[in-house]
Design a protein around this ligand. Structure first.
Ligand code: SF4
Ligand code: ZN
Length: 301
């Protein structure tokens, strides 16, 4: 198969774009998709300092890599979840990546915060992934906001977004649909959040990371077994296989046709105030993370 751009031998085939590329032309394609996302949603300006949440996986490290390549000022944030046999390996990859590129890396250790994921799992009835997601969002936001980063970027890709959209649409989860956008502005105590990889699928970020020589962590979390988000990804993959381009059409179609309607109807954060203990926005007298920390502390005593 020949490269669509230059006619040389292709290395990456992309049926969803009806194209195949050689290594160099694939990098051009990847970069253009990221630039298009940044420009279309005005994610950040050239002088702004970006905090990238990194997990050690292909997506977030590819994001850090491409943003630096595009000339942006970037710092990484790794939240060490303290999941045995998983977190230490992921952390090693992130530290190696930052060290090799002399990138600025912030590490937040959940054990030091009194809220390591294995402890939390014992004290809540929520599923591990839902509580883990809540804790990560809290610290991503907290660190970005407190350290005055202009924007927080995450490595969510098209597969993440399309499968999440499918799950939310099937249950008409309006509060989640309203927030399903590649950009969320900074509002009352919340940092601005962006997803510059939203136009690129998992296969594309993996190919980019591999071809760029990024040594990423490919292991899976022990809590992910049977997680429903993986099932929705599989359903989307089946559709994509039969009808190439479905994921992008589905998600882009949502953003174009329905997204603005949802977003304009949001009455944002009317009842929010800042948690008296940690300063995080909440509608309860104390934020959920501070309550959880107390629960764990009391349970251990
Ligand atoms: Fe957290 Fe679930 Fe991801 Fe594991 S799979 S890191 S518990 S969100
Ligand atoms: Zn709090």
């Amino acid at each position: 198969m020949k490269c669509k751009r230059c006619g040389q031998q292709a290395e990456v085939e992309l049926p969803s774009h009806n194209a195949a590329f050689c290594r160099d032309c694939f990098f051009v394609f990847f970069q253009r998709q990221v630039e298009k996302a940044i420009k279309k949603w005005q994610m950040f300006k050239p002088h702004e300092h970006i905090l990238v949440a990194v997990s050690g996986g292909k997506d977030s490290l590819a994001l850090w890599d491409i943003l630096v390549k595009l000339g942006y000022r970037v710092s990484g944030l790794f939240v060490d979840l303290k999941i045995e046999g998983f977190s230490e390996k992921a952390r090693e990859k992130v530290e190696k990546f930052a060290h090799q590129r002399q990138g600025h890396l912030i590490i937040l250790d959940l054990a030091e915060e009194g809220i390591a994921i294995p402890w939390v799992v014992k004290y809540t009835r929520k599923t591990p992934c839902s509580i883990c997601g809540q804790i990560k969002r809290y610290y991503f936001n907290h660190i970005a906001y407190k350290n005055k980063f202009q924007v927080l970027a995450t490595g969510h890709n098209l597969d993440d977004e399309a499968s999440r959209l499918l799950a939310n649409v099937l249950r008409w989860q309006m509060p989640y649909l309203i927030e399903q956008s590649p950009i969320l502005p900074s509002v009352y105590g919340f940092a601005k959040k962006v997803k510059p990889l939203y136009r690129l699928g998992e296969y594309e970020t993996a190919a980019y990371a591999f071809l760029r020589g990024i040594d990423y962590f490919a292991g899976s979390c022990p809590y992910s077994k049977g997680a429903t988000f993986l099932r929705y990804k599989q359903y989307m993959n089946q559709l994509e296989l039969e009808f190439p381009g479905t994921k992008l059409d589905f998600y882009e179609g949502f953003l174009k046709k329905i997204g603005p309607l949802f977003q304009s109807s949001v009455k944002k954060n009317q009842d929010l105030h800042l948690c008296p203990e940690c300063g995080y926005p909440t509608i309860a007298p104390q934020c959920g993370i501070c309550r959880l920390k107390h629960k764990i502390k009391n349970g251990k005593e």
